[in-house]
Design a binder for this molecule. Structure first.
Ligand code: KG4
Ligand code: ZN
Length: 333
């Protein structure tokens, strides 16, 4: 079965082709234009998707050496995401499915992330944990079998990526903040400043990053511009360390509760080299197997949507052409 996947939920315009569970192509266009605004501008995102999506799909088909007429189905993200952005992908997918007279299936974006590891690690066996650390999400799921998920950890306020982005802005660094803080932290001392590792009394598995943001704001406010510049790499290193320690502390707790030792990581924060380093230390200590999918599958991409769609189509599912875009779609769990 040959499936075309389409993803336009936020600021990545992406199309991918999967043939019998194997990835043939994955084209991702990250909309650079949002950098100058310090965050994603929904109206601009949908307009860019409109302009780019058709040629991105053509590129994906060409790289896979597949003609449109060979497609068996189309998988597309129908939520969660920005309404206008989702509609661009969803409407194009419906139009193509009607034109080619093939089924189409709406995929939950989050489900895509949970299956991203299957693209380059097909031997991953159930059950496994999936840690999703992006600009919008900080969650730990257990994936018990296909379509069976349990949510163990979630953030009660900011997401980990958001904490990086907000911290970077306070430090006078650019957006997206994660790579900027990582670069700045490289020569910094992670023990120089003491930032909180929030422990939530009532929900020990959940994350909270808003206190950390307040802490960095106060630490910086106390300094003159010169002092801030002199201390910036130490602050960045200490701040990064606090985010990572918090993430790994909760992962450890979920592992201790579930005894599931296979872990897949998804989301933009998975690119962080210090996070990878400390995750691998934790793996050695605790006997965990942490799989970091290739970066192109960690961040938003259509390959994961095609993969999740392929699994659903294989089990005989398809969506009605009336399927609406659902900006606040959640996964049961
Ligand atoms: O998954 P993603 O590309 O987009 C969504 O949020 O959907 O994640 C983007 C987030 C941003 O907040 C960005 O600052 C963060 O991932 N990020 C990083 C790194 N690269 C990207 N955070 C820490 N270290 C990095 N190297
Ligand atoms: Zn995502």
């Amino acid at each position: 079965m040959i499936v075309l996947g389409i993803e336009t939920s936020c600021d990545e315009t992406s199309a991918a082709v999967i043939q019998d569970g194997l990835l043939k192509s994955n084209v991702v266009l990250s909309q650079e234009i949002h950098c100058e605004y310090g965050g994603v501008v929904p109206e601009i995102a949908s307009r860019e998707h409109e302009v780019q999506l058709t040629s991105i799909i053509e590129m994906a088909l060409e790289r896979a050496s597949i003609s449109k007429l060979e497609l068996d189905a189309i998988a597309v993200t129908y939520g969660a995401g920005l309404m206008g952005a989702l509609l661009v992908g969803l409407n194009l997918a419906k139009g193509l499915a009607i034109g080619l007279n093939i089924p189409f299936i709406g995929v939950n974006h989050m489900e895509g992330h949970l299956y991203a590891n299957m693209i380059d690690n097909p031997q991953m066996e159930y059950p496994f944990l999936c840690m999703l650390v992006s600009g919008g999400h900080t969650q730990i799921w257990s994936v018990d079998s296909f379509g069976e998920y349990t949510l163990f950890s979630n953030t009660v306020d900011d997401a980990a990526g958001e904490a990086f982005d907000k911290g970077a802005r306070i430090l006078g660094l650019k957006y997206p903040g994660g790579p900027e803080i990582q670069r700045e932290a490289k020569d910094g001392d992670p023990d120089k400043f003491s930032f909180p590792r929030p422990r939530l009394k009532r929900s020990e598995y959940n994350f909270s990053f808003s206190g950390l943001k307040t802490a960095i704001l106060y630490a910086c406010k106390k300094m003159t511009d010169d002092e801030l510049l002199q201390n910036r790499s130490d602050i960045a290193a200490s701040y990064q360390e606090a985010i990572i320690d918090t993430l790994l502390e909760k992962l450890k707790k979920v592992y201790q509760k579930t005894n599931i030792n296979k872990v897949s990581v998804a989301g933009g924060v998975a690119a962080n080299t210090r996070f990878r380093e400390k995750a691998s230390e934790l793996s050695d200590q605790m006997g965990l197997h942490i799989h970091f999918p290739k970066m192109e599958f960690c961040t938003d991409n259509a390959a994961m949507i095609a993969m999740a769609g392929y699994e659903r189509l294989k089990s005989g599912e398809q969506s009605s052409l009336n399927l609406p875009a659902v900006p606040n779609l959640t996964l049961a769990g």
